[in-house]
Design a protein around this ligand. Structure first.
Ligand code: ADP
Ligand code: MG
Length: 588
């Protein structure tokens, strides 16, 4: 082998190698530059992009600026104004601190730096090949221009996608940054076209408007505000109701001390918190902000700072799980969320439909009090009187059943008007929660079969049944092996009595077969209970008596998360009297 002398790498090459870590594509440049602007205290940031950022990325801000004498320093490696000791690194609050971004970018693109220090008259600029800065005209603040990214690293340039794709990444980065700082004005333009113009948002109304601009009106109209504090941890933000779920994890924004983070522990906690209300193949949507003592979290784990390390990871996990889980559990019939045409906490994001006035249509109907509906219904159904609605404060939230529609929906009347319930979905949730409560209390109540049920299964299933006998018993299913390929079922969950036993056992065993392992027992159990509940829930087209319907309504009121079925669909909606009036153009 020919000998190769050992050499020290040149500064330029070191920077280019470092750039590989920080600067992956145009979007990473945007991230670094905007974070610098935020660190500089800017409250207005304008990002201009040309050709997906391949040709130009320009970020202007109105921050504190950089002194003319320090422009060159800002471009040298490990030069930073943000920390000066390991101690400060421990409690770092700024976005940057490595002093790596600008030199890295400068090593793989043509970089121009123009700045005017706040309170100074003169501005200075330093462009790629200039030896020293020149005076220019520029408002207080900084403009950084990055041209021809990777012009000198063809290998990397080759990996870039189309302008459109690259701009898509930029747009995502921009959105995350804009969701992180509502107090800052953000603008994004692409090839001269304005893509986002987001004024600083300081009221809850304007914050929600920004949220809707970035995450969509649908999200903004289907959310819950969360605010939770415990043991020095604060979680704030917005959770989408399960009814608004995604087929991809594309609407999940999580911030730790203002820094956007993608973290396994966080994801796990949130997935678990949503597990009860969301089908496994759907992804929840959320925008959440965790605030905590910066010394309790290490943001130095990754150069691009996406990952964090929590000192007390178990504590953080449990806190997140609890906060989100409990907030979702509050989605009960007494909440406002199911009102059609209602104003869930987003006032004035969607213009409300305005019905034409009666006068305009020449209609003249006499006003009736709300209670006048009732006798008509009662007469129609030949039922004895219900408690008088309208005056009586004891009317339950979901009211009393009036009728069943097409064997699928229950119509009920409550104080506000009409309630529509999806029988199957509601019953599924009620059964599932009841079984889960039992399970948490130790054991799902079970009903012995008078004559044990003999069942032929595969040897694999028989093995599984034997292995998981204790777990199955906890879930209310008692069985033992009666041969190489046969089982004897001795009792079934009380809530599921009357079910097809063979089908039930087969389903449960096949669930264990696909999901089961000792380490994931809890999850598997929930999954199995969910499936059992789903199978057993009243099938569409079954006729229910009024008593049965009312019992289901009462059960729903007592059940956590009764507002959504196990698959995240809503179980009921409220159509209130003003809404009904609007439908019939009354009272306008
Ligand atoms: P870091 O952000 O890790 O300190 P950078 O390479 O991103 O490292 O920036 C180096 C230094 O340049 C920063 O510490 C800061 O002093 C200065 N700087 C960069 N961008 C700006 C800006 N937009 N406004 C003011 N100062 C800036
Ligand atoms: Mg930086």
């Amino acid at each position: 082998m020919p000998t190769v002398p050992i050499r020290v790498l040149s500064e330029q090459l070191i920077s280019q190698i470092a750039a590989g870590e920080v600067v992956e594509r145009p979007a990473s440049v945007v991230k670094e530059l905007v974070e610098n602007s935020l660190d500089a205290g800017a409250d207005s940031i304008h990002v201009e992009i040309e050709q997906g950022g391949l040709r130009l990325i320009r970020v202007r801000d109105n921050g504190i600026g950089i002194a003319g004498t320090e422009l060159a320093l800002a471009l040298s490696r490990h030069a930073t104004s943000k920390i000066s000791s390991l101690d400060e690194l421990e409690s770092v609050r700024s976005m940057g601190f490595r002093g790596e971004a600008l030199p890295s970018i400068a090593s793989v693109a043509r970089l121009g730096l123009t700045s005017r220090l706040r309170g100074e008259e003169a501005a200075w600029t330093l462009q790629g090949d200039m030896q020293k800065p020149k005076p220019v005209a520029h408002p207080p603040g900084t403009t950084i221009e990055v041209r021809e990214l990777f012009y000198n690293v063809p290998a990397r340039r080759k990996f870039l996608r189309t302008e459109r794709t690259e701009f898509g990444h930029i747009s995502q980065v921009f959105q995350r940054l804009a969701l992180g700082r509502f107090d800052v004005e953000f603008r994004l333009t692409h090839d001269g076209r304005e893509v986002y113009a987001l004024p600083a948002a300081t009221s809850s109304e304007t914050r929600l408007r920004r949220l809707a601009q970035i995450c969509g009106e649908e999200f903004a109209a289907n959310l819950r505000v969360i605010e939770h504090e415990k043991a020095g941890l604060i979680l704030r933000g917005w959770l989408a109701l399960p009814a608004f779920s995604r087929s991809q994890p594309d609407l999940q924004h999580f911030y730790v001390n203002g820094r956007t983070v993608r973290d396994k522990l966080v994801n796990h906690a949130l997935r678990q918190a949503y597990a009860d209300v969301l089908h496994g193949s759907r992804y929840p949507a959320f925008v959440l902000y965790l605030e905590m003592d910066p010394r309790q979290v290490d943001v130095n784990a990754h150069p691009a700072k996406h990952e964090v390390r929590f000192r007390e990871s178990r504590l953080v996990h449990d806190f997140l799980y609890r906060a989100v889980h409990d907030t979702l559990a509050e989605v009960r019939p007494d909440a406002d969320q199911h009102r059609i045409g209602g104003t869930v906490p987003v006032p004035a994001i969607r213009p409300q439909y305005q019905a034409p006035t009666q006068a305009g249509l020449g209609l003249a109907m006499k006003e009736q009090p709300a209670t006048a509906y009732r006798p008509a219904f009662d007469v129609l159904h030949g039922r004895q009187a219900m408690p008088a609605l309208g005056q009586d404060a004891t009317v339950p939230p979901l009211g009393y059943a009036l009728a069943q529609l097409h064997g699928v929906f229950i119509l009920a009347q409550n104080q506000e008007g009409l309630v529509l319930v999806d029988m199957h979905a509601a019953h599924e949730r009620v059964v599932y929660e009841a079984m889960k409560r039992d399970l948490e209390a130790g054991k799902v109540r079970s009903q012995p079969l008078l004559v044990p049920f003999m069942l032929k299964v595969s040897a694999v299933f028989a093995d599984l049944a034997e292995q998981h006998a204790t777990t199955l018993t906890e879930m209310g299913l008692e069985l033992d092996r009666s041969g190489p390929q046969s089982l004897r079922v001795r009792s079934v969950p009380t809530l599921l009595k009357g079910e097809d036993v063979a089908q039930l056992v087969n389903d449960v065993l096949s669930d264990i077969n696909t999901h089961g392992s000792a380490s994931r027992l809890q999850e598997t159990q929930d999954h199995i209970l969910g499936n059992m509940a789903c199978r057993s829930a009243v099938r569409a087209n079954r006729r229910l008596t009024h008593e049965e319907m009312n019992r289901l309504l009462r059960d729903m009121e007592r059940t956590e998360r009764a507002g959504v079925c196990n698959h995240g669909r809503p179980t009921w909606v409220q159509v209130d009297l003003p809404e009904l009036d609007r439908l019939f153009l009354r009272g306008r």
